[in-house]
Design a protein around this ligand. Structure first.
Ligand code: NAD
Length: 268
């Protein structure tokens, strides 16, 4: 890896690391030398239609010779975060990177048919969990020294292009993703002065378990493709490499911004 992308010895917590974008993010960071603490409901994919050769944390340890740990838990619960912070500190006493990636699409359909329980579930997993994650890692990030020529810490939060347009029948999901962009701006202002870089990433359509049901509908697929200047879906590896860039020293003048990676969908 060229110097700004060589992150050897740094430690990251990546949520939703077992599959999809989170697995790809963990792999990209590990390839750059980052120790990984993965957090997820299960070590392997929750959705039975997705298969991987090895659980993410085993794969990164064996392929990239980094340290790794898996914390099984729900990101919307505080005790999951206590375990994740303890696992990261046990590696080398630092938390250099937090990637808030875990998320659900939740109830799809008209908002008036969404129950309060369904609404609260989406809010808790997609939004409150990010508040809990920031709250959990911040004391460590603030207390640690900045690495030479680098930041004191980096927080990447995976939003969505659904933050920026009214994706049909997904009002609760869009609400959480828009709120993450707003939350990130405040984090960047409040903690930027301490040398902590905070960025959201807004992917377009990436084929994963999250949207497998929708993408199995040929009409919707054709519509999505027709609305995108490059008429293809994104790959999880592309999310991984975007997050690596944003965690690397190559992007250290970026803060508070939202990084769109949607092939131009949102500007079309
Ligand atoms: N796939 C897309 O098109 C797309 C587009 C934009 C943004 N995103 C965002 O990317 C992120 C990852 O999505 P994905 O497409 O990889 O989905 P995915 O369903 O493939 O993976 C999500 C992972 O998060 C985990 N997870 C879900 N709820 C959790 C909880 N309460 N606690 C711990 N882990 C939990 C799941 O077990 C799973 O491993 C989400 O925030 C999603 O909103 C996805």
């Amino acid at each position: 890896m060229p110097a700004p992308y060589n992150l050897s010895g740094r430690t990251a917590i990546v949520t939703g690391s077992s599959t999809g974008n989170g697995r790809a993010i963990a792999i990209s960071l590990a390839e750059a030398g980052v120790n990984i603490v993965g957090v997820d409901l299960l070590p392997g994919p929750v959705n039975g239609t997705v298969k991987h050769e090895a659980p993410t944390l085993d794969l990164v340890r064996e392929a990239y010779n980094v340290q790794s740990a898996f914390v099984q838990g729900d990101v919307s619960k505080e005790d999951t975060w206590e375990s994740a912070v303890a696992a990261a500190l046990a590696i080398n006493g630092r938390i250099d990177i937090l990637v808030n990636n875990a998320g659900i699409l939740g109830k799809v359909g008209p908002l008036h048919e969404c129950s309060l329980a369904q609404w609260n579930l989406i809010m808790n997993i997609n939004l409150t969990a990010v508040f809990l994650g920031v709250k959990a890692v911040m004391p460590t990030m603030l207390a640690q020294k900045a690495r030479e020529g680098s930041t004191r810490g980096t927080i990447i939060t995976i939003s969505s292009n659904a933050a920026h347009h009214g994706a049909p029948d997904k009002a609760p999901y869009c609400t959480t993703k828009g709120a993450l962009v707003a939350l990130n701006r405040s984090l960047a202002v409040d903690y930027g002065r301490d040398g902590i870089k905070c960025i959201t990433v807004s992917p377009g359509i990436i084929a994963t378990a999250l949207n497998a049901k929708e993408l199995s509908d040929p009409t919707k697929c054709i519509n999505y493709r027709a609305q995108t200047p490059w008429p293809r879906f994104g790959r999880v590896e592309e999310v991984g490499s975007a997050v690596l860039f944003l965690c690397s020293d190559a992007s250290d003048y970026c803060n508070g911004t939202d990084f769109a990676m949607d092939a131009g969908y949102i500007v079309a």
